[in-house]
Write a protein of this length. Structure first.
Length: 304
């Protein structure tokens, strides 16, 4: 078995979950069902954080052996995709009963985000505090034992938030980010640290290091508890988390300004075959239109 600080102390090539020997699977960090859905609902192509690079697949890393990557996680992923993810994106359901499989799936997602970051804490110029790294190590160890069936679920909150494509306000690119992204991050501030994932209009958040009383900011019907229920239309009052999402969304939105002419030509070629009526009626199209109108309003206010 691995030591508690699995991602930091693992033997090279060893499965970070079960401790099994090589070979490891170069598996998706974001589940494949979310990647396929994003491509289906959009233009069929994805873009990396670099606006000049078009990609066909999500980020992959060799974290798990074949047994853990496939058998151990697959049932919970399938359950979440069929019961919550696709029904919400299809507009077929806005309220969902939570199951232990949902909790297991989200725990696996948060665990993957943490161990991936612990393998290279300085990636993407991240600047974690000592307290952040300690919180990640602790959460990774406890989640690992739960995922292996060695312990009950630890005292880590998991929140599921459902987003629409028509958010108004001083937020540049936020609708597109929250409805058209597949993202997995460990981010925070001086006193706070969050693991969060965006699965095309569904945001999963797990507070890892928070000040006392933070839970009052998250009591808007977002907490996942097996046997409970979560619904669209929730609210949270954590301005730090909201600011983190808005800042990342704006950075991605503005990165398009640096797109090369060659890539712009590829985008134009792609859109020549787009069904514009279908796109305008889709969640993606509505998000893009609302972001455009929001930016127009912001620029108009700045001119006054």
């Amino acid at each position: 078995m691995l030591a508690e600080a699995s991602a930091m102390n693992a033997i090279p090539g060893q499965c970070l979950l079960c401790g099994g020997p090589p070979p490891l699977v170069n598996g998706h960090l974001i589940p494949d069902f979310a990647i396929r859905r994003l491509k289906k609902d959009g233009t069929g192509f994805l873009r990396s954080q670099d606006p000049n690079r078009r990609v066909q697949d999500g980020v992959k890393e060799p974290l798990l052996c074949e047994d853990c990557d496939g058998r151990r996680f697959s049932d919970a992923e399938t359950s979440f995709a069929s019961r919550i993810f696709h029904p919400f994106l299809d507009g077929r359901a806005l309220q969902f009963d939570c199951s232990e499989a949902d909790r297991y799936f989200i725990a696996s997602l948060v665990w993957r985000a943490i161990v991936s970051r612990l393998r290279d804490p300085a990636a993407d110029d991240a600047d974690y505090l000592h307290e952040d790294l300690a919180a990640m190590e602790d959460a990774a160890g406890r989640l690992r034992r739960y995922l292996l069936g060695e312990e009950r679920y630890p005292e880590l909150e998991q929140h599921v938030l459902f987003w629409g494509p028509d958010g108004h306000g001083q937020f540049i690119g936020l609708n597109a980010y929250l409805n058209m992204a597949n993202d997995l991050q460990i981010v925070g501030s001086t006193e706070r640290l969050y693991a969060y994932a965006i699965l095309g209009a569904i945001v999963i958040a797990s507070p890892l290091r928070m000040p006392a009383g933070f839970d009052e900011e998250w009591r808007g019907g977002t907490l996942l508890v097996p046997g409970g229920r979560i619904s669209a239309g929730q609210t949270i009052n954590d301005r730090v988390f909201g600011g983190i999402l808005a800042t990342r969304a704006e950075a991605i939105y503005k990165s398009r300004d640096s797109m090369s002419e060659r890539q712009r030509a590829k985008v134009r070629d792609t859109f020549r075959n787009v069904d514009w009526e279908r796109l305008a009626e889709s969640r993606h199209g509505q998000a893009l239109i609302r972001d455009y109108l929001n930016r127009e309003a912001i620029e108009a206010d700045e001119k006054e």
